[in-house]
Write a protein that binds this ligand. Structure first.
Ligand code: ZN
Ligand code: FE
Length: 256
């Protein structure tokens, strides 16, 4: 298996788009399509021809450019079922457990509702890559708009079960503010303290903190660490369920 190539670019204030290219077949997938001009610029820069558009969820910052991008490229638009504006141009509906062929490999569809009810993540086992949309961020997780904490915790649990060396592409550069919050609930975590220093350094140089490795998230992202003894002690929730600890961390972040 020849490694795919990935081109990540910023659009809007803090969104990341990605083009994923299989050099063998020439196929290219755009992950989301939140801004037509930014995706067109990325296409011009890479010279890749987009054959697939993979939408994670209906929010406008992920779907606003889909008409322009699909029109310009003729790409097939894949994404979740739904009746919101962001669903209108999806022609290939995907759901939990679906596999779609891309280049020489399979993309596995993982439904991770919580931020929205329709959220889909895209996992490529052979490439060791997962696109987590607004579900799992570097040092954070998506705000729960349409689901509830149990639903989001269940979704994050699915991602936590992927191989630890999976590369996590998430959709926003929120890491610096996530880091400040993470330190407030997990202040004695040496891995977290070291990672936060690295994040500050990267951002000072204008470098992205996305993608990250799942292993880093498991060691430092408080939203994946509901079972951690240190966090539980800090929250005075030693006996609580993982779901309840997660819900408490999410609610503190909402009010941080
Ligand atoms: Zn969103
Ligand atoms: Fe978003």
């Amino acid at each position: 298996m020849i490694p795919f190539r990935f081109h990540q670019f910023l659009y809007g204030s803090d969104n990341y788009g990605v083009l994923m290219h299989d050099p063998e077949s020439g196929q290219t997938a755009a992950i989301d399509a939140g801004d037509g001009a930014a995706y067109q610029a990325a296409i011009a820069e890479t010279g890749w021809r987009v054959s697939h558009i993979l939408l994670t969820h209906h929010h406008w910052d992920h779907t606003d450019g889909v008409v322009e991008l699909a029109g310009a490229t003729g790409a097939t638009v894949y994404g979740p079922a739904g009746d919101k504006d962001g669903h209108a141009h999806i022609t290939q509906i995907l759901a939990e457990g679906d596999r779609l062929n891309f280049g020489g490999t399979d993309i596995e569809v993982i439904a991770t509702p919580g931020h929205t009810l329709d959220m889909l993540n895209y996992y490529l086992p052979e490439q060791g890559v997962c696109f987590t949309g607004d579900t799992l961020f570097s040092l954070g997780c998506g705000r729960i708009f349409e689901g509830d904490p149990s639903m989001m915790w269940n979704s994050l649990t699915k991602l936590m079960a992927l191989p630890a060396n999976t590369t996590i592409y998430s959709s926003h550069e929120y890491t610096q503010s996530n880091a400040k919050f993470a330190l407030s609930v997990d202040p004695d975590n040496a891995d977290l303290i070291a990672r936060c220093a690295g994040v500050e350094e990267k951002r000072a140089k204008g470098q992205p903190t996305v993608p990250s490795l799942l292993s880093e998230e498991l060691a430092t992202n408080p939203f994946l660490r509901a079972s951690d003894a240190g966090i539980r002690a800090h929250l005075k929730m030693i006996e609580a369920s993982d779901r309840d600890v997660f819900a408490e961390i999410r609610s503190r972040k909402d009010n941080f």
